[in-house]
Design a binder for this molecule. Sequence first.
Ligand SMILES: [Fe+2]
Ligand SMILES: [Fe+2]
Length: 304
Amino acid sequence: MTTSVNRTIRERVQRIETMPAIPAVFLPLLRLLNNSVDEVKLDEVVRLISYDGAIAAQCLRVAGSPLFGMAQPPKSIKGAVISLGLRRVETILLTCCLGQAFPAKKWALDPAVFWRHSLGCAMVCRKFSEKLAAADHEKAYMAGLLHDIGFMVNCLAFPKEFAMAMERACQEEVPLHEAEHSTMGFTHCETGRVLAEKWKLADDIIAVIAHHHGVGQSQKSQPLVALVHLSDLLCRTRGLGYGYYERRMVDLIADPAWAILLQEHRDLEGVDLVRFTFELDEAVGEIHALVSTVFGLAPATART
Ligand SMILES: [Fe+2]
Ligand SMILES: [Fe+2]
């Protein structure tokens, strides 16, 4: 990527930052999420959320949905935190904030498809990490949720260029990041990284955003980047892709990311992949329901 392309990306990301749609609560919440769970004060999260009635209401709606299996829907944010746990509520809040920050409109990449993929990947990341004793499941969820944030940057800051990349990907049935690279000279990984650095996200999340399509290039947090890479592939083969057919064979065990993850988590060897993909198929309906609950979207037909 040339210096002038890099400068253009930074300038256009700067303009996104000033868009009025981002809820006031969003950036302070991200800063709070960067702290470890012990440091995060429950009251601080509750106070932050109560500033924004729309976010608070949406959070309660999601927390009370059957997806979280609560006998009684929570009546307050504090009640939701106590029942579901702080990390769970934080991820719900993050999901709601992101949904509001970039509301549905005509994008080159359908927002419903984008959110379904992001939430799908978040849930697959968590389910995958639950198979690995030493993994941080909520961190995995957050990494999955944010990994493709660069697509939002491209839709908002490079609409014409990205529309051409999207068209090429659909016509040639190739992965979207390859079409971006051949059409624009850069991908959502680079634009996402610029936004993530601007928002001061945690280093391991930035590594995921920047390298989930090239795990070997990541200097940091390679096991987490590898986990997201594999989950992303799984989603794209289970009807949670980018809304078009990708012509490709996927062999997770032969993927270099598998070996990287295995180095850190020896218990990966015992994961029954066939069984795991069956479990994921069962979860796909859950993911469609969650997207509809969070973003008020009609359930979509299953597309790759
Ligand atoms: Fe991606
Ligand atoms: Fe992805």
